[in-house]
Write a protein that binds this ligand. Structure first.
Ligand code: B3K
Ligand code: ZN
Length: 926
């Protein structure tokens, strides 16, 4: 039985979902000063008594009070203690007979609303729901209206006190935001707890948790000497997996205080883990709720990436305490105000914690890889939207990589333009101006600029803000020419940005380009930029890297004093979120790969070289008559001998960090290769990439064996960056060796992998071994999978990995889809648990292109069935899956027509959530 009102996600009952526009923003007609909530928790019928104090907003014309609500049963409404009339407008509760402005002015009045709801039937996991017998809430963006009637918008900030009452045996722990002020026993085996939040907050930051939970805790003292209690709550059997998350929280508190002077403003800060959660985690004030995936870790069950992700998500949610909670968003169009800034902060946190220059570079490369493989495609597809969108139908669809990751890049560019100290000054001014307010992206950029009046950001602020209003990824085309007679090098940089939905013409962006020049032998050259340097600057004192800020559609830079043609190294450390289209020769790229002082561009040179080879091989195939996707037609010579040799040098390099080597030696992903092409043949891309992989495996066989032997760790497990890097490189080596073994018919390395699977002392090595066997179709894969399942059958997060590995593995025998359908029949599978649904369905539809894009369209049929099935349970998760085919227009035939048909089949369903409806309608739009 569904509780959701389809095609009415706005909760206003006004029929089909409507478009919300940023330009229509108006301040609320009422403020809510205080909220006193009493919950009688019961899975089937939870009673909620909501006593609020409200007053009219003097700045807004008098009008009725319209409170948001969704799937609530209304029992009583009292105005100042008296019965009052009300009416329903769709799902909204409307009160027309409030004290008039004439008699009452803007004096406060009291409203008491009594409702019930049914957490046990809440499968969409928004509002109040049950997970494994405990109560949890998720209110962002618009879930609070599923708990009680309210002005469910982020600019209404109120003081909360919350009383929870529940059966003591079933729900011994009762938590909400703020401080515990009272607790005790009630009749009939029930008990209560009363919490008061000392800070005003928007309702999306409200949370409660009730259940059988245990906590690991630690007391810390802040710089000011205040003591705080940090707690991580989990189910009783999971306590031994909480130390890493707790330490990540301890580090987060210290980091925000040290780097930005932002202290913890609460006596107690709690994290609670649940296995049923739509996303990663949620920053509710003082009571963060997390997906177990981002809390629980032991060396036996979690990989190095899990450990790193936990650190960054714990940091992210904690940093929201200031960027999001103390200063929040005026409206949901400003979402990147808190998300972009907080992603930037968590990225910086991870880099600062890792501490070595090489680990910082590795983290930067990983972040850019996410941006380019997920956000660039979003920016080029039907869901493209500016970092500050102008309109939406379903706000849940706009928790995107554009808002988060591109938003973080915008903050990073500001940081680059004003410098580290200048940025810290800007943050200080931002909090001085806006603490306790609900503000806009403009307010943030203005504060950073005003704190740095002499900076390029201040000078260029109106133009810089185009990054917030214009969607699409800018392209910078670079071409250079050297004039031997004058010893000068002229670099012409042209920027452009393709049209996106609703935005045909784009104005030039402010693009910070960090650059350097190398000699042909790899030496860093002093940069004399004509027109920028004083004439008397001595050559030796000239910098070897500098920042150039592009503002025009075309700009020319001239560097002087050069004895020979230099090799340009542009966009160092990925100084702007753009596509750099640069004319370089393979030799120049090889020089950069070998010598660039900028680690990012060193990695980038290797990626470009491999990408070139891939694109050439794909084009060759497309030119062959009856182009075939079969690997036999590609052969094993996609990568040039020079490139193989360069890769060998990196692998064997005496001083480069193993983590960096692993990144260099990892081929560009199939989706990144696809992004470079106008027409995408997923099978051909897979075949070419596979051929490249095999070529690397075979040509560097003895080097991989060396790498495997050299990077074994016998020490106690530690998830730090150097140890994780060694495991990453030895894991890649094992993959390569098992791949080579398949070609050579040699059982040695699969045998070693199987041994490692049995004896590994940590999950990283165990999973690397398992995936080397599964991905390479070894006959040991089946027994390895069975053994792995038997070992971890009681560890849901590990079983997620077991499912994901099988659903995400390439299709060797044309049977991956039937394997996926079988996985869905497995007793451990459940569509209702988002982690499990993602581990099977998303791993197949979103992370396994060659198995998903079948010529017979069966993958697409599977996709459409799952979107529809999931939509009835959980529209947010369904809408994410619905996006798997949004780039269908780029596909070659026959996939293109088949994909369109599958999307149309979903769109034809009359009973769709507004979440999925918005995604499929956009995908089908011209
Ligand atoms: N702010 C939450 C995301 C909420 C998503 C709502 N659909 C987590 C985060 O970004 O920290
Ligand atoms: Zn966030």
């Amino acid at each position: 039985m569904l509780q959701r009102h389809k095609a009415d996600a706005n909760g206003d009952g006004a029929g089909p979902a409507i478009t919300i526009r940023r330009e229509d923003y108006s301040a609320p007609a009422f403020w809510i000063d205080s909220v006193d909530l009493t919950f009688d928790l019961d899975p089937n019928k939870t009673r909620v008594l909501n006593r609020m104090t409200l007053r009219r907003n003097p700045g807004v014309a008098a009008q009725p009070l319209k409170l948001d609500g969704q799937d609530l049963n209304l029992a009583r409404v009292l105005l100042d203690g008296q019965c009052t009339s009300f009416k329903m407008e769709g799902q909204r509760l409307v009160l027309n007979h409030l004290p008039s402005v004439e008699e009452h002015g803007t004096a406060p009045f009291a409203l008491e609303i009594f409702t019930t709801c049914c957490p046990a039937r809440n499968t969409q996991l928004m509002g109040l729901y049950l997970s494994q017998g405990s109560f949890f809430t998720q209110c962002e963006a618009e879930g609070f209206r599923r708990i009680t009637y309210f002005l469910d918008r982020p600019d209404v900030m109120a003081s909360y006190s919350v009383t929870l009452r529940a059966d003591k045996a079933l729900y011994p722990v009762l938590l909400s935001n703020g401080n515990l002020v009272a607790s005790g026993a009630l009749e009939d085996g029930r008990h209560f707890a009363k919490w008061v939040d000392p800070h005003k907050k928007p309702c999306y930051l409200f949370a409660l948790v009730a259940g059988n939970l245990v906590a690991r805790e630690q007391k810390i003292r802040s710089r000011s000497g205040r003591e705080h209690l940090l707690q991580v709550y989990v189910r009783p059997g999971d306590l031994d997996k909480t130390e890493h998350a707790l330490q990540a929280l301890v580090h987060s508190v210290a980091w925000d205080e040290a780097r930005f002077g932002l202290p913890l403003d609460l006596e107690r800060f709690m994290i609670v883990a649940t296995s049923d959660f739509n996303m990663g985690a949620m920053e509710n004030k003082g009571l963060n709720i997390f997906n177990t995936k981002y809390v629980l870790a032991s060396e036996a069950t979690a990989t190095d990436s899990d450990f790193a992700n936990i650190e960054s998500v714990v940091g992210h949610e904690y940093f929201h305490n200031w960027t999001g909670n103390r200063v929040t968003c005026r409206d949901w169009f400003q979402l990147s105000l808190k998300e972009g800034l907080t992603v930037f902060r968590d990225q910086e946190f991870s880099q600062d914690l890792a501490d070595s220059p090489s680990a910082r570079a590795v983290k930067r490369i990983e972040d850019v890889r996410v941006l380019r493989t997920t956000q660039f495609p979003e920016d080029a597809g039907p869901m493209a939207h500016p970092v500050r969108p102008d309109s939406y139908i379903e706000i849940n669809n706009f928790y995107t990589v554009t808002i988060y990751e591109k938003g973080a890049e915008l903050v990073r560019m500001m940081h680059t333009l004003v410098g580290r100290a200048g940025f810290a000054r800007g943050m200080k001014l931002y909090f001085e101006r806006h603490d306790g307010q609900a503000v806009t992206c403009d307010d943030f950029a203005q504060a950073i600029a005003d704190a740095n009046p002499a900076s390029d950001l201040a000078r260029l602020l109106p133009q810089f803000k185009r990054w917030y209003s214009q969607a699409g990824t800018p392209c910078v085309h670079a071409s250079g020419s050297y004039d031997a007679a004058s010893g000068s090098y002229t670099l012409t940089l042209r920027q452009s940005c393709a049209p996106t939905p609703d935005q045909a013409d784009k104005q030039p962006f402010v693009i910070p380009v960090e650059l350097g020049l190398l000699s042909a032998s790899g030496a860093a050259l002093p940069l004399h930029l004509a027109g920028a340097d004083s004439t008397d600057s001595a050559p030796a004192s000239a910098p070897t890297s500098r920042l150039v800020v592009l503002t025009e559609a075309e700009q020319t830079l001239t560097f002087t004093g050069l004895g020979s043609a230099p090799v340009p190294s542009l966009l160092r450390n990925f100084s702007a979120p753009v596509v750099l289209d640069i004319e370089t020769t393979d030799d120049q790229l090889l020089t950069l790969l070998e010598h660039d002082t900028d680690a990012f561009n060193r990695w980038e040179a290797g990626q470009r070289l491999m990408l070139r080879c891939a694109i050439d091989a794909i084009a060759d195939g497309a030119n062959e008559a009856g182009a075939s996707s079969h690997i036999g037609h590609i052969g094993h010579k996609v990568l040039s001998a020079d490139l193989i040799q360069a890769m060998r040098s990196v692998l064997r390099h005496p001083t480069l960090a193993p983590a960096f080597k692993e990144l260099v030696l990892t081929l560009p992903s199939e989706s990144y290769i696809a992004e470079q092409l106008d027409v995408v043949d997923p099978q051909r891309i897979h075949a070419v990439r596979q051929a490249m992989h095999e070529q690397l495996a075979l040509s560097l066989h003895s080097d991989w064996a060396w790498a495997w032997e050299q990077h074994q760790d016998s020490d106690r497990y530690r998830p730090d960056a150097p140890s994780a890097g060694r495991r990453a490189l030895s894991g890649l080596a094992l993959h390569m060796l098992c791949c080579a073994a398949r070609h050579q018919g040699a059982p040695l390395w699969p045998g070693k992998a199987y041994q490692r699977l049995k004896s590994a002392a940590n999950m990283t090595e165990r999973l690397n071994a398992l995936s080397a066997l599964v991905a390479n179709g070894s006959e040991l894969a089946a027994p390895a999978l069975a053994r792995f399942h038997a070992l971890f059958k009681d560890e849901p997060l590990v079983i997620d990995k077991w499912f994901a590995l099988q659903a995400g593995t390439p299709d060797r025998a044309g049977n991956r889809l039937s394997a996926v359908r079988q996985l869905m029949q497995h007793p451990d599978f459940s569509l209702k648990n988002p982690n499990r649904a993602r581990s099977v369905i998303f791993s197949y539809c979103c992370a396994n292109p060659s198995a998903f894009h079948r010529a017979d369209a069966a993958g697409y049929v599977f996709w459409s069935e799952r979107v529809i099935e999931l939509d009835a349970l959980n529209p947010q998760v369904a809408a994410r899956l619905a996006r798997a085919l949004e780039r269908w227009k780029k596909l070659a035939q026959p996939w293109r027509s088949a994909a369109r048909e599958a999307i149309a089949r979903v769109a034809a369903k009359p009973e769709l959530s507004s979440d999925v409806r918005e995604v499929v309608n956009r995908a089908l739009a011209d």
